[in-house]
Design a protein around this ligand. Sequence first.
Ligand SMILES: [Mn+2]
Length: 412
Amino acid sequence: MKVGIFSDTHLGFSAGGKRSGDALMQAKQALQILVNERVDCIIMAGDFFDDGIPTQESWHDAFELLEIANSAAKSGVSVSLEKKESKSAFDFSGIPIIAIHGTHEHLSKSRKNALDVLQKAGSLLHVHAAKSVVEKVGDKVAVFGIGGVPEKYARDALNAWKPIPEKNALNVLVLHQSFTDFLPFDDEMTATLALEDLPKGFDLVINGHLHWSLQKQLGTTIFLLPGSTITTQIKSSECLKPKGVFILDSKTMDLEFKEIPEQRKAFHAKLKFEDARPQKVLADVEQEIEGFLKQNTGKLEPLIRVKCIGSLEKGFAQSDVNFSGIEKKFSEKALLSLDKNFDSADFKKTISELRALQLEKKSVSAMGLDMLEKKLLETSFGNAFDVKRIFELLSEGKTEDVEQILKAARKN
Ligand SMILES: [Mn+2]
């Protein structure tokens, strides 16, 4: 069997911004590659949408995208979904897509998430803490999926589920989390899972969430990060390889990478200065941008991120480095993201300040949820109920529902 793999399409990303069309444009090419390669089934590893509650426009994008697989010629496989004791056949048109939700689509247990809606529409199969078996004469692939959850619950969620590989099948585990092995520093708040925590006996483990692509052999298991189909944050790890899809041959276990033909290239540089004058910084940044523009082979204006660190000559402050001239000069040629973070005697960044900056990158709702969780831990409620649900209800103004949940929690 040929299994197509893609992840993190982030439909709706940068809505209204300069890159508003990128997510759909690149995802359509990704899916088209898999259809052209006549894969038998397709696995999607989460973050199909950029938002947990997609906009009308994002739904439109989703159906436009999925139609590519849904209207393709049938591959002749049968697909079933097994969750706990129940087993049902998935009635699909075209080439079946087996998907998990990502951290972006994650909602509290009591709610239907965006992928549940797509499954109801027959567009894909949403597998969460469940197994889907794909069969074609003499060939069987068992896909075990678990959707993305907040990192601090990831380890517990995986341990509670305990997927057991099938005999006489190719066993694939699909998840959507961070792994401590891939973090630049040890930070318990951003990942609880390590590669060694992965359940054993799987032939292939596919992990979404991390947007760069990587393939790693773990004993008899192939660990694959398919990477996203779009660059959301311009990180150095993401700029090294182009975006694309993977195709697995279930017989030979060969994994082939296919690049998305028309994609917005991303470049990243970190320039380090020592006692430099602002003029020198600006000249170097400009030279770096020129170099990247020469390297850009794509038709689209590239994403270029340049970060300047180090120190400025005595008497100069960070505010003396003004990028506005450069931004104007290249405004038609590239999407620039220029950043400066110089050390200076009167403005030394402490670790805690950096952490605070990192926190600021979180969405307002994520920060709000964190605060609510912290406050609740200080009360007698502790973690007696689903905080995310409470937060959602509070933000929708449904205080009466919140009161009821709190009353019920007090009884327990
Ligand atoms: Mn993602």
